[in-house]
Design a protein around this ligand. Structure first.
Ligand code: MGD
Ligand code: MGD
Ligand code: MO
Length: 764
């Protein structure tokens, strides 16, 4: 018998085809104008041989090994669920009692899955919060630096995560769209919480048809699709700030800066202007100066600046631009350039971050809430910037500086992760593993044998979304989706909520955790809460039963274009920004007062430690970009058919310019060794004229597969990336600042082991 079950995932909504208890296929949601291929990998992932079938405990941990033991090398011993629950509950109690609540690292960063009730990270945080507290993580890997900076200078994070100037406004008013990092198609395959409608490509086509000209400033030509016919400006990675300063210099020299906007809507122009002109430091930021840093011809810089000064221009940068050392700077300078052009708050003009970073950015929509699990308090009150996790593990008792504050670092004794993959998302994985091994105990909830599960002490098998009922919802998507359970839980997998409820029971707070609701009652409750919030904003959603039967709710399209900061532009006195001055801060007294040498009061060019202009480039002459994968979401779906079809001899592909390959005697399709002082990975070489010489690119997400010699056999770029904060202001992820070398791999090719289960012993 064949059944169709409405469902949703970050990579798209679909009907699951179910035959005899198996998910055998998917059919894209009928209302999706441009469904992506990633949903095709769903059945492979659900029924994968690397599903975790039952709870396991690392054999060394069972023998009593705690702090300092080597995780990732022992075999696992299966244990019954009740024993697993008891072990975790007892260990939680011991650690809390002996070392305090903050000694549990439970931030558990990660995308989890689309369903909002069974959202693993939220469930774990709720459990740990109600249990007394834990050390958590703030900001995100996506735009952590930008998200700390923007409130200081424009008073909001809407500019990269909220409602932004929408595509209709751009189609009608923009002449030039100037894009740092381009407008990649691959990133719009996903929306956090579920992509009901992939509207990005249709909108881009409409904007292109309206005659907008696109400029793709990026080391990678493929960052704009061919149909945009963009001009490619192949910049040296991590030098965008210098390019923007050069353009600012051109505008000033030509007298094209909008003096009135700078006077009425900005503060600090009197400090930034002398820096651009070189009066402040003796270095005029001329196009020639910028060209030496960026390797973009001075004539190109001049032409682009004059073009932007002459026509309505939308400036945008991908989120990746700030995932680099000094990542705050290019974003701040892009805001400054937009201020000089005077377009902030004008239809189709100004600056927005991330049009090309996620499906749904710029899609016209009502500003409605999304369905979500209510947040719980964290009584321990300790939070680190998310990407400083290794430092947290390395430096107990020391202080971390962040955004003008001093954070005392607790002594982490227990690490607990649900719904995230630190051995995917973090930088310098060999260093992370050393920090990870300092904890007494590591607990991981996972459906699959990913690297965190393999490096845990207690492994708890979670269901996938297809094995439970849920609601998919995102603030960036107009469709709220019912996610119907398609199959029973596989093997002994359990829902994260249910395993945590049993642990809460063992610790005496089940009722506070569950609020005495089961899954069905929770879904109804969360939906009705959302429905009431929508009603307050004038949208009447159907009741739960109708929603559940129909499978989705569509929220309305607005009847007007949206322009970010339009009220402020019209009347800055009546609608000030939420900054100390009420204006755009081209100079921030607050940031200057922190006294950080690496970030001052206005945007500046600071050379990163690792980029092509650095001393280090003599030893490691290639800049590695580790961008988002087109074939999966981070590490999710790597075991599926779409990602597997893209591998080269089973390794993750790496793009290189033919000249760089020729200089090293390498040919297309070869397996190569990419390395630096932090580690080495194997990669499958793909030659491309579309990548700038001196730059190589490997997507994130191949499951980490270190062999005994430490060589990653599969191709996870985070073995190589640098683990430093963007600056003490943002303390964001700086993965894009990374130099490497690539050589032929001559030895016998080792098998990739991570797509098989780890070594498992007989039950004790
Ligand atoms: N070098 C480099 N590194 C990067 C980036 C980069 O650009 N370059 N980008 C960074 C960015 S922006 C991000 S957001 C991060 C992403 O990093 P993550 O969000 O940590 O990556 P995911 O692979 O999505 O991890 C989600 C994990 O949750 C598991 N999971 C899914 N559903 C469930 C469930 O129902 N229950 C449980 N218990 N688990 C579940 C999945 O199997 C998966 O292992 O990576 C960052 N890392
Ligand atoms: N298919 C798919 N889509 C995704 C994700 C995924 O895993 N898979 N992840 C999602 C997540 S969590 C996030 S945060 C977003 C991230 O969205 P982004 O951060 O925008 O994505 P990236 O692919 O890392 O970077 C975009 C492009 O920036 C270019 N670039 C890198 N460094 C530089 C530089 O120094 N200067 C210039 N000018 N260009 C540079 C690279 O060529 C890269 O292709 O993507 C989301 N979308
Ligand atoms: Mo992200």
């Amino acid at each position: 018998m064949t059944e169709l079950k409405p469902h949703s995932a970050h990579w798209g909504a679909f009907e699951a085809v179910v035959e005899n208890g198996r998910v055998t296929g998917v059919r894209p949601f009928a209302r999706d104008p441009n469904p992506g291929a990633l949903i095709q990998s769903v059945p492979d992932a659900v029924h994968s041989r690397v599903r975790i079938d039952r709870p396991y405990v690392r054999s060394g941990w069972l023998k009593g090994e705690r702090r300092g033991s080597l995780r990732g090398s022992d075999a696992f011993v299966p244990v019954p669920w009740d024993q697993a629950i008891r072990l975790v509950a007892e260990e939680t109690q011991r650690v809390r009692g002996a070392f305090g609540h903050a000694s549990i690292m439970g931030g558990s960063y990660g995308w989890s899955s689309a369903g909002r009730f069974h959202h693993a990270k939220s469930q774990l945080q709720r459990f740990l919060g109600l249990g007394g507290g834990y050390t958590t993580q703030v900001t995100n890997y996506s735009y952590g630096a930008g998200m700390t900076l923007m409130p200081h200078i424009v008073g909001t994070n809407d500019i990269m995560q909220g409602q932004v100037t929408d595509w209709p406004s751009i189609a009608k008013h923009t002449k030039l769209m100037f894009c740092l990092g381009g407008l990649p198609l691959k990133n719009a395959l996903v929306t956090a919480g579920g992509a009901g409608a992939h509207e990005y490509v249709p909108w881009l086509k409409q904007v292109a048809e309206a005659g907008v000209r696109f400029v793709n400033v990026s080391p990678f030509k493929g960052d704009t699709p061919d149909f945009l016919d963009a001009e490619w400006v192949p910049i040296r990675p991590n030098t965008d700030t210098a390019l923007l300063l050069g353009m600012a210099h051109v505008l000033l020299a030509a007298g094209l800066e909008d003096r009135s906007f700078l006077a009425t809507h900005c503060t600090g122009w009197d400090k930034l202007r002398p820096y651009i002109l070189g009066d402040a430091d003796g270095v005029p930021k001329t196009p020639e100066w910028a060209s030496a840093v960026t390797e973009v011809p001075a004539a190109t810089i001049r032409r682009l600046a004059l073009e932007a000064g002459a026509a309505p221009t939308m400036l945008t940068a991908t989120w990746s631009i700030q995932r680099a050392e000094h990542g705050e700077q290019p974003w701040w300078m892009l805001v400054a350039l937009a201020a000089m052009l005077g377009g902030i708050g004008q239809p189709g003009q100004g600056v927005v971050f991330g049009y090309g970073s996620l499906n749904g950015m710029g899609t016209p929509r009502w500003e409605l809430p999304s369905v979500s699990l209510p947040a719980t308090r964290n009584p321990a009150g300790v939070a680190i910037p998310v990407s400083r996790v290794t430092e947290l593990l390395e430096r107990p008792g020391e202080v971390m500086q962040y955004n003008g504050r001093d954070i005392p670092l607790p002594d982490i004794r227990m690490i607990w992760w649900a719904g995230g993959n630190p051995f995917h998302h973090h930088q310098d994985l060999n260093r992370l593993l050393r920090g990870w091994c300092r904890a007494d105990t590591v607990v991981v909830q996972e459906p699959w044998w990913t690297a965190p599960a393999r490096h845990a002490d207690i492994v708890l098998p979670a269901t996938t979304t297809l094995e439970r009922n849920d609601i998919g919802s995102s603030s960036r998507d107009r469709f709220v989706r019912a996610m119907h359970q398609a199959i029973p839980p596989l093997a002994q997998a359990r829902n994260d909520h249910d395993m945590l409820a049993d642990m809460a029971d063992a610790l005496g707070f089940r009722d506070r955790f569950t609020e005495q609701r089961d899954e069905a009652a929770w879904l109804r409750h969360l939906y009705e809460r959302w429905r009431a919030a929508c009603a307050r904003q004038g949208f009447e959603a159907p009741d739960f039963d109708r929603f559940w039967t129909e499978g989705f709710v569509e929220t309305p399209r607005p009847d007007q274009d949206f322009v970010l900061f339009s009220d402020f532009a019209r009347d800055p006195a009546a609608h000030p920004l939420n900054t100390p001055s009420g204006k755009v801060e081209l100079f921030s007294e607050t940031i200057a007062s922190f006294g950080y040498a690496e970030i001052g009061g206005h945007p500046e060019w600071h050379a990163p430690r690792e980029y092509l202009g650095a001393e280090q480039a003599r030893r490691f002459p290639l800049h590695l970009l580790s961008y988002q994968p087109a074939t999966r979401l981070h590490g999710q779906l790597d075991q599926g058919r779409v990602a597997q079809a893209s591998k080269v001899q089973g390794r993750e592909p790496m793009l290189m310019h033919p000249d760089d390959a020729a200089a090293r005697g390498l040919s297309d399709g070869a397996v190569v060794r990419m390395f630096n002082d932090r580690g080495a990975v194997l990669a499958g070489l793909k030659l491309s004229e579309g990548i700038r010489p001196g730059v190589v690119a490997m997507a994130t997400g191949a499951w980490w597969d270190p062999g005994e010699d430490g060589l990653d056999r599969h191709g996870n770029p985070n073995v190589l990336t640098q683990d430093v904060g963007t600056s003490r202001l943002g303390q964001g992820c700086a993965a894009q600042s990374c130099l490497v070398e690539v050589v032929a791999f001559d030895g016998p090719l080792p098998a990739v082991a991570v797509l098989q289960p780890p070594q498992i012993l007989e039950p004790a």
